[in-house]
Design a protein around this ligand. Structure first.
Ligand code: URA
Length: 239
């Protein structure tokens, strides 16, 4: 995953009173530390998560955060809202205000929502080319039939965007219940796909995103991704 980087001399000039041309001398005087090491080159790449210290003063110290939340109904996938509780209201973390949402769910949809402060990570995992499957349990107002499986595989034309949806896997669980896996996330995509058959979605729950699932998390609870989960996501994105 490529994160946005900045040259060390530019970073120092933007975050201190020193000029770009002063930075060589600061390096020679060993006054700059990046991630605990004395910096050697003005060309060193600084990321948003590099810890940079100049003359014992910390200029930047952000930890990357990756959280998984089990969103209840009636909670909005936004960081601020005047009317409803937001996903951020459910999270207790000292740096939660840095977080943004990776792939929103509708107000009444429940299930897995990812939040992070790492823009490069969220951009990469949201790309359809990454082919990270998002799986939903769907409750329908009318019986679901085998015909849907083929139609969802072929793709449905969305006139508003002028696109045909990517092949999606449908498993019929029972007459009114199905499991749908998508590799993209168009606006109201699941509801619109079943809408093709005039079959209203009564309940929608996202159970997994790629290798991540909600095991052990009650509705409303959140937790940090584990090292193994981050590595599993990385394996998808470095294909
Ligand atoms: N598709 C929808 O229609 N709604 C969601 O919340 C997610 C996917």
């Amino acid at each position: 995953m490529k994160s946005t980087t900045c040259r060390l001399d530019r970073f120092i000039s933007q975050n201190s009173t020193f000029k770009l041309s002063d930075v060589r001398l600061l390096l020679a005087q060993k006054r700059i530390l990046v991630d605990g090491q004395v910096a050697q080159s003005i060309q060193h790449r600084v990321t948003q998560f590099s810890r940079v210290v100049l003359d014992n003063q910390c200029l930047q110290d952000h930890q990357p955060l990756y959280l998984l939340l089990n969103k209840p109904q009636g909670v909005v996938s936004a960081t601020k809202d005047l009317k409803h509780r937001t996903v951020l209201d459910l999270i207790e973390h000292p740096h939660k205000d840095e977080l943004h949402i990776v792939g929103r769910l509708d107000l009444n949809t429940t299930g897995l929502v990812l939040l992070t402060n790492d823009g490069a990570w969220s951009r990469t995992i949201s790309l359809p080319e990454t082919r990270l499957a998002k799986t939903y349990e769907v409750t329908l107002s009318k019986p679901v039939t085998a015909e849907y499986i083929q139609v969802f595989q072929q793709g449905i034309y969305f006139a508003y965007e002028g696109i045909t949806t990517q092949p999606a896997d449908l498993e019929i669980v029972s007459e009114y219940h199905a499991r749908l896996s998508l590799v993209e996330g168009k606006y109201h995509q699941v509801k619109r796909m079943f809408g093709f058959f005039q079959n209203e979605v009564l309940a929608l729950h996202r159970v997994s995103v790629g290798p991540l699932n909600l095991a052990g998390l009650e509705l409303g609870q959140s937790r940090a991704l584990t090292v193994d989960e981050l590595a599993a996501i990385e394996a998808y994105t470095s294909l």
